[in-house]
Design a protein around this ligand. Structure first.
Ligand code: NAD
Length: 705
């Protein structure tokens, strides 16, 4: 937990709580005891607090203890920080790695801070809908740039963005007093030479014009749209500039507790724990027990193939790319080159790093050349016959234990696997576009996919720094299957009286990153129209009459952003959707043709119908065993489809509304709009027995094949 060694009169307190040196209750108590012990020991001149030399000073509070700490009154980070503040003897922090959240707050309660060159400093609390709660909002503005306005602004940026800064920047901001590999001996020496009174940060002051805060409030989202924590952070830092330290600290604590028990932070905590659940699948081998992926190959150098190749290269995995068309290879080569050049230009990557990563991508011309790959990912046209042909070829040349993956969005993974003699090694890996940016990866297990293959795909997702969600094989898997009724409901609203811009505005106001029609234009109206045609052929279009705006736009060559017109129009070279009178005329004509009298539709109705359509289909996805648990569905929608994270995902959101209430509305819509609103049997079951989606656990053990 914490080891204490005395070196020439200085007590070195090393936090030792792998993997992230979290300041758990036990560590905090040990810190309090060690500081008390050293203060009572006349031979101790002062303290150095450091990590364990494994790249982590401290990752901050232990989030799994949040709930119990409130209830059980055990020692927490705030108590440890208070003990450091009260210590009569001086303390230096020797930051030897990442100092995040409570870790940084502890360092800020020290008199001096030294750091090793690779250290990082940050307050990630905002990403959990919180603010620093152990003095961070009060001490940071007092430290940076001597508490000047420039320092206060920098403190706000750190707290509001939640991204860490490096040692160079930290030194420039005066957060630390020195950088060097010798941080620990240097800190110890500084304590030995320490003279005079302690140099407590709490005794300094910070100042800034009030406009800094009023401007800040304008720039963050409203309190009820994911901005609650940001507004509280601004208020807390403002208090640091105006009130005595003790008053500011009290205010910070009040805000912190209010946030911790508020709906926004609870939603973020739900996502945090949902991510940790993802990898827990009974019967599936984890990281150490699966064959590692050292080399990859990608078939198809189009939009997805190039993006997937970049993803591998970024993770340091050599990747070979093959395409049937010479032009496609040239285009793919140019896309990849351009992507790295852009990242250098935007200073996201150094030139050397871009070169190193780019060096992992090779283009190949023959299928035989994939023989050394541990995984082959197919990203050719969305056409079952072509995909089967590709898999038959791969079966002949890939090494015996290679994983054969398809990036299909809608096709049957089992049908694709049937083209090989080794269906147990076939799996879906559904990346999202752009593949090297979007975090979501749906891992689609086929009927025959072996635990080893599934385990390899899950481990690979981690290596590629993706959020990998294991789902079962069905039309659209989890994400696109739920997208269909969501888009469909939006289209029905068009027929009844709404316009694309109104629906999109209502959904972004609810918190979605983009509205359904802006998304359609981005993804391609043509893509949607083609999928619809396939579904129609297969008799899988859905119950009742399905609106046909995608077909009407497709017929007019309005494919979305790529043709400068879709549900909106776009000025040349621009991506800003502009309402188009032509589309409005088309919508009004369609209503007339259908004999629907257009009416004025409120935003409440729009949001309710679109979101409840999602929830009802999510319940079906769960009922059918396509997702393992409701939180997996939340992850898919937050990371792949821009569902507002502060609402925790569609299923969590439904739980917070109460399933009884959701069912009542779905039943009402069923009565009003007919068969497409048939309540999911699972929704009925859970609502009538007073349960939640989160409590529903389909027999997990049965999932592993
Ligand atoms: P694309 O048309 O941009 O690229 C497909 C590439 O495959 C083309 O370069 C083509 O020359 C090549 N190809 C076709 N047949 C081939 C063969 N027999 N051998 C080798 N190469 C062949 O398509 P895309 O958008 O990259 O989509 C690829 C796959 O990814 C599809 O299955 C699609 O459904 C899926 N997907 C697409 C997206 C998206 O947003 N575009 C998202 C997720 C999944």
């Amino acid at each position: 937990m914490l080891t204490t060694t005395i070196q020439d009169g200085v007590a070195i307190l090393s936090i030792d709580n792998p993997p992230v040196n979290a300041l758990s209750s036990a560590v905090c108590q040990a810190m309090i005891d060690a500081l008390a012990g050293g203060n009572d020991d006349a031979s101790v001149k002062g303290f150095v607090i450091t990590g364990n030399g494994r790249g982590m000073f401290s990752g901050g509070a232990d989030i799994t203890e949040f709930a119990t700490i409130l209830r059980e009154r055990k020692a927490n980070v705030r108590d440890a920080v208070d003990a450091a503040e009260r210590s009569a003897k001086p303390i230096a922090a020797a930051i030897d790695g990442r100092a995040l959240g409570g870790g940084l707050e502890l360092a800020l309660a020290c008199d001096l801070r030294f750091a090793t060159p690779l250290s990082q400093f940050g307050f990630p609390e905002i990403k959990l809908g919180l603010i620093p709660g152990a003095g961070g909002t009060q001490r940071l503005p007092r430290v940076l740039k001597g508490g000047s306005m420039e320092g206060v602004i920098a403190a706000l940026e750190l707290i509001l963005k939640g991204d860490p800064i490096d040692a160079e920047r930290a030194e420039a901001l005066e957060l630390i007093d020195g950088v060097g590999a010798d941080a620990v001996p240097r800190a110890a020496e500084a304590i030995r030479r320490f003279t005079g009174a302690r140099r407590r940060v709490s005794e300094r002051s910070a100042s800034a014009y009030p406009q800094v805060f009023s401007e800040g409030h304008k720039r963050v989202p409203p309190e009820d749209r994911g901005g609650f924590a940001a507004h509280k952070a601004l208020d807390a830092v403002e208090a640091a500039t105006q009130w005595p330290f003790n008053h500011g600290i009290a205010r910070e604590l009040r805000y912190f507790l209010e946030l911790l028990t508020g709906s926004e932070s609870r939603a973020y905590q739900h996502i945090f724990f949902a991510e940790r659940e993802l990898g827990k699948i009974p019967g599936i081998p984890t990281d150490g027990a699966v064959r590692p992926i050292r080399r990859a190959a990608v078939i198809g150098a189009g939009t997805m193939g190039s993006g997937i190749a970049i993803t591998f290269a970024n993770a340091g995995v050599p990747v070979s790319v093959l395409d049937a068309s010479k032009e496609a290879i040239e285009r793919g080569r140019a896309t990849i080159e351009q992507s790295y050049a852009d990242q250098v230009k935007r200073r996201r990557l150094s030139e050397e790093e871009a070169k190193r990563r780019h060096g992992h991508v090779h283009f190949i011309e023959r299928f035989e050349d994939v023989a050394d790959a541990d995984i082959v990912i197919e990203a050719v046209f969305e056409d079952l016959a072509i995909k089967k042909e590709v898999f038959a070829k791969l079966d002949a040349v890939a090494k015996p234990d290679a994983v054969l993956a398809t990036n299909t969005s809608t096709l049957d993974v089992d049908a694709i696997a049937s083209a090989t003699s080794r269906p147990q090694q076939v799996i879906g890996m559904h990346f999202f576009s752009p593949a090297y940016i979007m975090k979501l990866l749906e891992i689609v297990r086929g009927k025959a996919s072996s635990p080893q293959t599934i385990g390899a795909a899950i481990a690979l997702a981690k290596k590629l720094r993706k959020v990998g969600v294991l789902v079962a094989n069905c039309d659209g898997f989890v994400g696109n299957r739920m997208l269909a009724p969501y888009f469909r409901e939006a289209a029905h609203l068009l027929e009844e009286g709404a316009l694309p811009q109104q629906i999109d505005a209502a959904m972004t106001d609810f918190g979605f990153a983009m509205g359904p029609f802006a998304v359609s234009d981005l993804a391609g109206v043509d893509v949607g129209a083609r999928i619809r045609a396939e579904r129609e052929k297969a008799g899988r279009l859905g119950a009742g009459r399905v609106p046909r705006f995608d077909v009407l736009l497709f017929e007019r060559g309005r494919f979305g952003q790529k043709t400068g017109a879709g549900f909106y129009r776009y000025d040349t070279g621009e991506r800003i959707p502009k309402p188009d009178p032509e589309v409005e005329a088309l919508i009004v004509a369609e209503s007339r043709e259908l004999g629907i009298e257009r009416r004025s539709i409120g935003n409440d109705e729009i949001v309710k119908r679109c979101v409840y359509a999602l929830i009802n289909e999510g319940a079906n996805v769960l009922y059918d065993g396509i997702a393992l648990r409701s939180s997996d569905i939340d992850i898919v929608w937050i990371y792949g489809y821009g569902f507002p994270p502060f609402r925790g995902g569609p299923m969590y959101y439904a739980d917070t509304l109460g399933l009884k209430r959701v069912l009542a509305e779905v039943e009402r819509f069923h009565g009003e709009f007919g068969v497409r609103w048939k309540p999911s049997p699972l929704l009925v079951e859970l609502a009538t027995t007073g349960k939640t989606f989160s409590s529903y656990r389909p027999a997990l053990t049965e999932v592993a094949p």
